[in-house]
Write a protein that binds this ligand. Structure first.
Ligand code: ZN
Length: 342
C-alpha cells in the first residue's frame, strides 16, 4: 500500500509518501481500505517529537479515517467485508475501572491510532474490531470525515458541561477544527454562542455557522470583550480548545456556578487559577480529552438529520499530506483539513 511514512522526528519534510507492506489482520482485527483521513494538531506534535507518546519508526500518523472493510481477522463477529466504517481512534483495555464502568473514554491504559499504532495517513489501516463505527448509508465518506469533531464538541458541551438552551457559552479557538464544530453544536443546542478567534477574516464565517457574537482577541483582550458582551451576568460555560491565557480569562468571566471544559493545551500547559475565586463562586473546570464510540455514532446519525456540517478548509490528496500539515502549522485555515485517499 501507499502510506505517508515518518522515519524520524522533524518538520513536514520528514514525511515521505511511499510503498509499505499491506497490514494483515490478527485475530480480533479488521483491515479498512481508507477513503478519507483527517489532520489533527496531535499529528504535528508526534511528528515534531513533542507528543510524549512512545513512537517507533517507521511510523504512520493519523487518528481518524473512514472507508470500507476489506479483511476480517479470526474471531471477528458482527462486521462484514464491504461495510462502510469509520475508525474510533482509541484502543482501550476493556479491563480498567473506566472500561468496566462502560466509560471507554476514561480507559486508563488507552493507546491511540497514529500515536502508538500506525494511523490513517495510508491506503489501508488495521484496527481492533472495537475501534469500528458503522457509517449511515446517507452520509458520504467526506461528510463523515468532516463530522468527527462534532463528537469532541458533543462530549464537551453536552456530556460534560450540560449546556442548555439560552445559556451563554464562549468557544475559544473557534476557527479551528474542534472550535468550529463546537460553534455548530452550541448553536444547535440553542445556546447564545460567543466565538473567540485570532483573526478578523473568520468573523463572517463564524456568524454563518451560528455564532451570535465574534471576538477577535488579537485586537481586544478576551476578558474585556467578554465583559462588554455579558455585563454582570457572566458566562454560563466556556468550551476551551487550547488552555493558556484564553482559559484563564474565560474562567474569570464565568458566572457563579459556571463551568469550563478544556479539550486541549497548545496555548499553555500550565495556567494560574485563583482557587479562592473558584470555590467561592462554585466554578468548575473539567478536562475532556476523548469521546466514546456511542457519541461518534450519535453525531453521524444527527448529521443525517438536522445537525449542520462543520466546515472543511481544504482536502488534499494523501501524497500531499506534508503540504496539508504546513497549512495547519500556518494557522490560516477555517475548519478541518482532510486527506482524500480513495
Ligand atoms: Zn481500560
Amino acid at each position: 500500500m501507499k502510506a505517508v511514512v515518518l522515519d524520524r522526528f522533524g518538520g513536514p519534510d520528514v514525511l515521505t509518501y511511499r510503498d509499505v507492506a499491506d497490514p494483515e489482520p490478527d485475530p480480533g482485527d479488521v483491515v479498512i481500505r481508507l477513503d478519507h483521513a483527517a489532520l489533527n494538531h496531535l499529528d504535528l506534535d508526534i511528528r515534531n517529537g513533542h507528543s510524549g507518546m512512545t513512537v517507533t519508526f517507521p511510523h504512520v500518523l493519523g487518528t481518524e479515517g473512514v472507508g470500507d472493510i476489506i479483511a476480517l481477522g479470526a474471531d471477528v463477529e458482527g462486521w462484514e467485508v464491504g461495510q462502510r466504517v469509520g475508525t474510533f481512534a482509541f484502543r482501550t483495555c476493556g479491563d480498567c475501572p473506566g472500561c468496566r464502568a462502560g466509560r471507554e473514554n476514561m480507559c486508563a491504559r488507552v493507546t491511540t491510532l497514529g500515536g502508538q499504532h500506525w494511523g490513517a495517513y495510508a491506503e489501508l489501516i488495521r484496527v481492533r474490531e472495537n475501534q469500528l463505527v458503522a457509517l449511515p448509508d446517507a452520509l458520504s465518506y467526506a461528510d463523515a470525515m468532516a463530522a468527527y469533531k462534532l463528537a469532541t464538541a458533543w462530549e464537551g458541551l453536552v456530556e460534560t458541561a450540560a449546556l442548555s438552551k439560552g445559556e451563554k457559552v464562549l468557544v475559544t479557538g473557534a476557527g479551528g477544527g474542534v472550535g468550529s464544530a463546537a460553534v455548530v453544536v452550541a448553536h444547535h443546542l440553542g445556546a447564545h454562542v460567543i466565538a473567540a478567534t485570532g483573526s478578523d477574516d473568520k468573523n463572517e464565517k463564524l456568524r454563518d455557522l451560528g455564532a451570535h457574537e465574534v471576538i477577535n482577541y488579537a485586537t481586544e483582550p478576551l476578558a474585556d470583550a467578554v465583559a462588554r458582551l455579558t455585563g454582570d451576568d457572566g458566562l454560563d460555560a466556556v468550551f476551551d480548545v487550547a488552555s493558556g491565557p484564553n482559559l484563564v480569562a474565560g474562567v474569570r468571566a464565568l458566572r457563579w456556578g459556571g463551568r469550563a471544559v478544556v479539550v486541549g493545551a497548545h496555548g499553555g500547559e500550565r495556567i494560574e487559577v485563583d482557587m479562592v475565586d473558584l470555590f467561592r463562586r462554585h466554578v468548575a473546570i473539567h478536562g475532556c480529552g476523548r469521546y466514546t464510540r456511542a457519541i461518534l455514532e450519535s453525531v453521524f446519525r444527527m448529521r443525517c438529520d438536522d445537525l449542520p456540517k462543520p466546515p472543511v478548509h481544504e482536502t488534499f490528496p494523501l501524497a500531499e499530506a506534508a503540504a496539508a500539515q504546513r497549512v495547519m502549522e500556518g494557522r490560516k485555515f477555517f475548519g478541518r483539513l482532510l486527506l482524500n485517499i480513495g
